[in-house]
Design a protein around this ligand. Sequence first.
Ligand code: SF4
Ligand code: SF4
Length: 624
Amino acid sequence: MVIRESFPLLPPYVPLLMYAILIPITIVFLYGIYRVISRFELMEALRSLDLSSLSRGVKRVISQRRVIERTKGFPHLFLFLGTLLLFLGTVTVFLETDILRHFGVFILKDVTYFTFEFIMDLSGLTLILGIILLFPTREREGKLLLLGLLYIGLTGFLIEAIRIHNMPNEASVYSFIGNLLSSYTGSLTEIYQVLWWSHALVAFLMIAYLPYSNLLHSLTAIVTSSLERDEPEFPKEPFLLQEIEDLESVKIGFEDPKELPWYEKYRLSACVKCGRCTDSCPSNNIGRPLSPKDVVIGLRASILGAEYELGDDAVWSCVACGACVSSCPNYVSPFSFLMERRRKLVLDGKIDKKMGELINSLRRYKNSLSVPQRGRLSWLSSDEDPDYYIWVGCQYSFDPVGKKIVSKLVDLLRSAGLRIANLGELETCCGEPVRRLGEEGMFQEFALSNSEIFKELGVKKLLVLCPHGLAVFKKEYPRIIKDWNVEVISHVELLSDLVNKGKLKVEKFDELTFHDPCNLARFNGMIEEPRSILRMAGGFKEMRRRGKETFCCGAGGANYWYQTGESLMAKERVKEAREVAKNLVVACPFCYAMLNDAMKGMGIEDMRVLEISELISESSRDKS
Ligand code: SF4
Ligand code: SF4
């Protein structure tokens, strides 16, 4: 039987000394873990885990899907797999050498031992490759940690090579790297001990340092990856208006990051400071004072005792586009912290004139445009016994161009045999702008009154034109309204279905591109539906940033109402669209307005913004 030698070429006192050194290392490590668990309230998160969420987390971590998606490469996957397998290998050796052998049990023998040696060498090689590829992309701390891992990897191979040179056996050939090196190292028994000890000590130091460093994510990312959804979600409501008796006693938002609720706080522990959130943040891209990475790192440092102030400018710069959330490899949600902070700023009355006007408009008129509700949808006819009630949204309800778009859409749907009714003056705001602004109470008032109206009218299927409305009706009302029982569908989804079933025709239309609204693509995962329509039109070309990587038009997060001046985001988007096509198709009233305004501001006359229903309507009209 060929077995793995334990502690070869080392004096007999080595195992004992090694375990003695491991005692303080373990204490430092465990204290670090305790500190992280208590400061970031990880126990609450751990209690929320169940088998299905945990298996989702494990799949996400092992596949490294988000990391690979964003970096378009595999360096981190190499590093991760190499480290994981070497760690598992070390644990196996420890179990066998120090426990099982005392009971006469040998795991690493003959073929198992040979396979083990082969896998360990392959893992070492994968680790070193990952380190080399990742090294140029890391900052100081990251580089230092990578150097530590590289030292462990290289000395591991050297130790193996010297052992093989001095004590070759049948397994040597399977340790293919060590075996190769052994012909160059010679016996070198005098430096073997130095190499062995330095290898072990660097590994021990890294274990002790792990909970205090960026390596912490290797433990905490599994928790966020298990508990968080793929699509961004608006932060949980601090209270339920339907149930609450004493609003005064509820903690709303935060002043001090330590006041964050556990389900926000625990996420901070998984940040690896990679900066992908900031790279994808449209506000940061156009020069606004917001870096989601800095927000996360600052809040985390503050919870650990450092000074940090989250500036109001950063908080109000967010367009709630969710790009930071869907780009984070560890499922951290930077925008949640900004939204939580807004809740507190609104509670304390720290809002500017325009924000105040929006809140007042919604309080007084029940719509975001400060116009009387009377005759809101009088221009739109309503069918008896409808298949769908249409939710037009404030923007298109009052805007003359919007009214034409909605009329065209309803005509299309009727031509496909559907009956469409509307809510008339009973349609108000869905509440999305005030929720994104941080006025949680008012949002919930809208949600409650709208759901009552739906009940009174017997609305069972709601067709929503605005992705902002879609996000709240589909994802957020069900969290607030106990007996919510309304099927919510986007007009894009319905149109795509009708087009694909041949009930609506799309004929050739040249020079098309599509701007994915953040609330449709990221928050509702609707990416293929609009494309299935545009592809039928033929002349469709994609923009550089598309689908979940779309670039916000600048209106989200209630920015449409309170940001002053021209929207650089919309202009940036128009420039990008101009590179590929002249007809920019949209599926959101706010994108429609922002991109149109940007084109006017840029003096562009040879381009056009088209709502997706206009595209279908015009292409079928051209045909006839
Ligand atoms: S939600 Fe959008 S604007 Fe806000 S921080 Fe994230 S990426 Fe930036
Ligand atoms: S929040 Fe996520 S994307 Fe942003 S720096 Fe941290 S790990 Fe990277």
